[in-house]
Design a protein around this ligand. Structure first.
Ligand code: 5GP
Ligand code: MG
Length: 175
């Protein structure tokens, strides 16, 4: 497997992002909303470096199945959402690809009257965005390859890897 971002680089970057987020929110209570399942590693590592009053919630939305690279219908499961009304919310995801997932989720959260909404992603794929969306916090820019590890999966495998790597056998499925 071709390692794109080492575990050390991820840890160092997550620590820097946490410092930035802590400084931006100062002591304001923050609700961190992780997008299931890919954000789990990022969420767990990030929150342990945040110096803020934190609530953690999860939201489920899926646009990708298996190796498919064309997003299907995005489903949001509102029953998993904590109460976000009048709260400062930071939406967290593993990767910004077309931008459809995060923009749909952001739209949904705004309709729930959050006090403020920011977006943090660990990775952003270059040249894939179809929906205009600027993340407030971004870990790494990566080339247009299908990556796994550190939360990112291929058919729910590889999420546990501490690094981000390119899966060689399915590189050709991305155009
Ligand atoms: P978007 O809605 O931005 O197109 O897609 C975001 C979602 O697609 C991510 O949360 C992730 O689940 C999935 N995704 C996009 N690119 C990759 C990739 O390279 N590897 C993996 N494992 N998932 C990806
Ligand atoms: Mg995902």
């Amino acid at each position: 497997m071709n390692i794109l971002i080492s575990a050390e680089r991820i840890q160092e970057r997550v620590r820097t992002m946490a410092a930035e987020i802590s400084a931006d929110y100062r002591d304001r209570p923050l609700t961190i909303l992780g997008v299931l399942t890919g954000s789990l590693m990022f969420l767990a590592d990030l929150v342990r470096h945040l110096d803020l009053p934190i609530r953690i919630g999860l939201v489920q939305a899926s646009s990708y199945r298996g190796a498919a690279t064309t997003p299907g219908e995005l489903r949001i499961h509102p029953e998993l959402l904590p109460d976000v009304r009048n709260r400062h919310v930071l939406l967290l995801d593993d990767i910004l690809d077309t931008g459809r997932t995060l923009s749909r989720l952001a739209e949904h959260l705004r309709s729930l009257e959050v006090a403020s909404l920011r977006i943090a992603v660990l990775c952003r794929k270059i040249g894939r965005q179809e929906v205009p969306l600027e993340p407030d916090y971004q870990g790494f820019e990566i080339p247009n390859e299908f990556v796994v590890g550190y939360g990112l999966d291929y058919n729910d495998e590889y999420r546990h890897l501490p690094f981000v790597a390119v899966l060689p056998q399915i590189e050709s499925t991305q155009d």
